[in-house]
Design a protein around this ligand. Structure first.
Ligand code: FES
Length: 105
């Protein structure tokens, strides 16, 4: 149900080098860390649909492994071609060592 918070697991499992790939309500998404904060974006590159699971993350940008488009983790904005449309973003927070995501649908 929309608006509910879902526990995705231990926050310590998401590090600067390791993102979390998960599917909620038929939406595949990535939870990644930028500094101390967690962010969640849809796991589907807006250029040609490539999965961003395990994609390199650098300076709070997630880099599509297929053609190299970069997206801002915080806003989802497409920063470099060949992607021009933003990634969908989701509300996520860390509480008592757990990752909580607001249900997308
Ligand atoms: S599919 Fe991601 S940049 Fe082309």
């Amino acid at each position: 149900m929309s608006g509910q918070w879902v526990d995705l697991g231990a926050a310590q499992d998401v590090t600067a080098a390791h993102s979390l790939s998960i599917e909620i309500d038929d939406v595949a998404l990535i939870v990644a860390r930028c500094g101390a904060e967690l962010y969640a974006v849809e796991d589907r590159c807006t250029h040609d649909g490539e999965s961003l699971a395990g994609a390199e993350i650098e300076a709070c940008e997630i880099i599509c492994p297929r053609h190299g488009a970069r997206f801002c983790l915080k806003s989802g904005a497409a920063l470099t071609p060949p992607a021009y449309e933003p990634l969908r973003t989701f509300t996520v927070r860390e509480e008592a060592g757990r990752i909580l995501l607001q249900r997308p649908l």
